[in-house]
Design a protein. Structure first.
Length: 396
């Protein structure tokens, strides 16, 4: 008999987590497993990429009250969710005033998600394993019947500040904490050492063949100026990715007589700040926002250098994708950087200071030997890892 798998996520907007989930779904043997996908919201560009053999479960009507203004929740008549979200917002504002620092979105999520979970319908079907791919994991903890429950962490816990007590209570209902890299696991355990006994590593699944095939789907000559030194960065426009500093780094490089075009692929709340920084540094012709791209691989293929200037990461999917496409990669020295790049071999790790990033980009551009060494190392090494699903199978 086939075994039953439940996979949970929020939505399928364009992003590294969502792209990794699609890769995971494509790595499953559907002759052996029945797979149900439960999504908090049925939305996102990757909806069309869900494999045909995956059974997409109905969206719960209560989730319509997520992601909309609180006043609209009250207008629609749901007082429970409305007052719950208002309470969470006031708690965050109070803590920010007392602690004199910004409270992370993760803290807000810890308070609001249980509100939805309590009102959402429990799924009565029995599963051999449930994979909660999107934090926080209250839905799988409370609403799913499964022999084994896994909850993923995709980020560096030294940079987010959820409530310690709430976090422990959530993980109490999850059998395994799944980190996407060894460093991601280690930073998590610095804060939650008591969970070491059930914390494991399962990397984001990537198919080299798929990425290379997708990179050949179309040409980007009409969008990218290939006559300059082309740099590419991909990610959500948010504080963690640190794209707001790219215009200043670009200005430093231009001021040293090096011509570059730096293309940004993504979207998010920091876009206006990035556009302001572009104008402020007078780099409108050199830092170009391309926006959302369902298939970013032709753009990575066209670039000369891939740069990830993040403040923190779990394990950045686009860095590994750039290595698969044999691009010189530069990343900043965030906490989990060494799990991404073997410094000097398949990429370069540099201090996050803007002048250090600028100097290393200039070094890669001007040092042909270094550039060729990075490219050649990537050409002869395998960065795919489709066998990671076997780790999940072993837990059933």
């Amino acid at each position: 008999m086939k075994k039953n798998i439940l996979v949970y996520t929020y939505n399928l907007d364009i992003g590294g987590i969502e792209r990794s989930l699609i890769a995971l779904l494509n790595s499953i043997d559907y002759e052996k497993y029945n797979v149900d996908l439960y999504m908090f919201k049925h939305e996102g560009e990757f909806m069309k990429d869900i494999p045909d053999k995956v059974n997409l479960l109905e969206e719960d009507e209560i989730t319509a009250y997520a992601g909309i203004p609180i006043v609209d929740v009250f207008k629609r008549g749901n007082l429970y969710i409305g007052f719950g979200r208002l309470k969470a917002k006031l708690m965050c504002m109070f803590n920010e005033k007392i602690l004199k620092k910004e409270i992370s979105g993760e803290y807000m999520s810890q308070i609001t998600y249980p509100l939805f979970g309590k009102k959402m319908k429990k799924i009565k079907k029995h599963y051999n394993i449930a994979l909660s791919f999107y934090w926080p994991h209250y839905f799988v903890k409370e609403n799913i019947y499964a022999d084994v429950k896994l909850g993923w962490i995709h980020t560096d816990y030294s940079k987010i500040f959820p409530s310690y007590e709430r976090e422990l209570k959530m993980w109490d209902g999850i059998d395994y904490v799944v980190a996407v890299s060894e460093d991601c696991k280690n930073t998590f355990l610095k804060f939650y050492p008591t969970l070491k006994y059930k914390t494991i590593v399962i990397e984001n699944i990537l198919s080299e063949k798929y990425i290379r095939n997708e990179s050949e789907k179309f040409h980007v000559n009409n969008e990218i100026d290939l006559s300059s030194n082309v740099i590419c960065s991909i990610g959500r426009f948010c504080e963690a990715k640190n794209f707001v500093n790219i215009p200043q780094v670009c200005r430093m490089i231009l001021d040293k007589g090096i011509d570059i075009k730096w293309y940004l692929i993504g979207y998010g709340p920091d876009e206006n700040n990035i556009r302001h920084a572009i104008k402020e540094n007078n780099v409108e012709d050199n830092v170009i926002i391309l926006g959302k791209k369902e298939n970013p691989y032709p753009y990575i293929k066209a670039c000369d250098i891939y740069v990830q200037p993040s403040k923190y990461e779990g394990k950045c999917v686009s860095v590994r994708e750039a290595q698969i496409l044999c691009k010189p990669v530069l990343i900043t020295n965030y906490e989990t950087a060494e799990s991404q790049v073997n410094n000097g071999k398949d990429g370069v790790i540099v201090n996050i200071a803007n002048n250090d990033i600028a100097d290393e980009i200039i070094n890669i551009i001007s040092n042909q030997g270094l550039r060729e060494n990075l490219i050649n190392y990537c050409k002869i090494h395998n960065f795919g890892n489709q066998d990671e699903f076997k780790k999940i199978e072993s837990l059933m």
